[in-house]
Design a protein around this ligand. Structure first.
Ligand SMILES: [Fe+2]
Ligand SMILES: [Fe+2]
Length: 367
């Protein structure tokens, strides 16, 4: 034991601490993502939800319940993405990449402190405290939602353990660098599935209302969140691709098999969850199409071909994803035209990378 501690101390002494030097780019894309993330900063309290109350009070109980339960699913996902998902992925990034860690840490801060908080603001405006408490209990007892959390957070926890091993047991025979990288990639797959697939699928219902000119303030919040989740999925997807490309072909094949099974396991749980929310408002079929559409988008962010056949998505919802078409009125809504600081729309040409893969911020429009 004493030998082991001595070895660890020796290792620490031999690795000098260093500062993040933003004068040099760590890679071709991280500083662009940094700029885009910060230019999008917003606060939940900037958007007043009061103007929605007239519309909300006129909705049927079934619709209100479906709307609230869907946002609760998003709340659970954002909570754990902020509490463990992004922090663990950030911790796993090699010590050399201080800028990458900073970008991930910034994203982590947005998830719970901004996104989950915004959903709570919607609940607090639309519902009573006993209704909100019932809603959260519903989520805690919902088998499919809990299984989805277990699947996603399970990958984060597995990486958390590997992070510890890499940090403190690198000389231990039970530590294997390749196993670490595999788990790091799997956690990134879980992260992109959560960001680009599960989050986006949850945007269906708010966008469905927004597209019809209803619950517009809540819709504005969703627009701001979807703009954030769009670049989160792109960035983590980009990092995942970088790791995957270093794997030998046979390992790549094995991992693609793992990913497809992971996708189908999630798809099964998501399908039943959606039935439990949307059957009462007769939208299950339409929402499931959007779920498959977003699963394909997540795979594309990870560098893979779509899994599901192409289907036409409800145009009202698709239009809601198109952030470019929104004209903002500064007097009535902050909307996603709200900017804390100067930013400009990124162009495709900003995202030509050395490996000749192109990632487009334009994809966030997804039309
Ligand atoms: Fe989020
Ligand atoms: Fe996110």
């Amino acid at each position: 034991m004493a030998e082991k501690i001595k070895r660890l101390v020796k290792q620490k002494v031999e690795t000098p601490y260093e500062g993040a030097n933003w004068n040099t780019n760590e890679d071709e894309y991280t500083q662009s993502f940094y700029e885009q993330n910060l230019s999008q900063f917003w606060r939940p309290e900037d958007i007043s939800l009061q103007p929605d109350l007239n519309v909300w009070s006129a909705l049927s109980d079934d619709i209100k319940l479906a709307y609230a339960r869907n946002l609760l699913v998003l709340t659970f996902l954002d909570t754990y993405q902020g509490d463990i998902g992004m922090p663990v992925v950030g911790r796993s990034i090699d010590e050399r990449f201080h800028q990458r860690k900073a970008v991930i840490n910034y994203m982590a801060a947005m998830e719970n402190a901004i996104h989950a908080k915004s959903y709570s603001n919607i609940f607090m405006t639309y519902m009573t405290t006993p209704e909100i408490d019932d809603l959260f209990r519903w989520g805690e007892k919902h088998a499919n939602l809990q299984n989805i959390m277990k699947l996603i957070v399970g990958e984060y926890k597995a990486l958390d353990k590997m992070n510890y091993k890499k940090q403190f047991m690198e000389d231990d025979p039970s530590f294997n660098e390749r196993e670490f990288e595999v788990q790091q990639w799997k956690a990134m797959v879980a992260s992109v599935f959560l960001e680009t697939w599960l989050f986006y699928s949850g945007f269906y219902y708010p966008l469905f209302f927004y597209g019809q000119g209803k619950l517009m303030q809540a819709g504005e919040i969703i627009n701001l969140i979807l703009r954030d989740e769009s670049i989160h999925g792109l960035y983590v997807g980009r990092l995942a691709q970088e790791i995957y490309e270093t794997f030998p072909v046979d390992l790549q094949d094995e991992l693609q098999g793992w990913m497809n099974k992971f996708l189908l396991d999630l798809y099964h749980e998501v399908g039943e969850l959606i039935e439990s929310i949307y059957d009462a408002v007769e939208l299950t079929h339409d929402v499931k199409i959007f779920v498959r559409y977003n699963a394909n988008k997540a795979l594309m962010n990870l560098g893979f071909e779509p899994y599901f056949e192409h289907e036409d998505v409800n145009p009202v919802v698709l239009n809601g994803l198109n952030t470019e078409t929104k004209t903002m009125d500064n007097f009535s809504m902050k909307g996603n035209g709200y900017q804390k600081m100067k930013s400009e729309m990124l162009k495709d040409s900003d995202f030509y990378f050395t490996n000749e893969k192109i990632i487009k911020f334009g994809e966030e429009k997804w039309v």
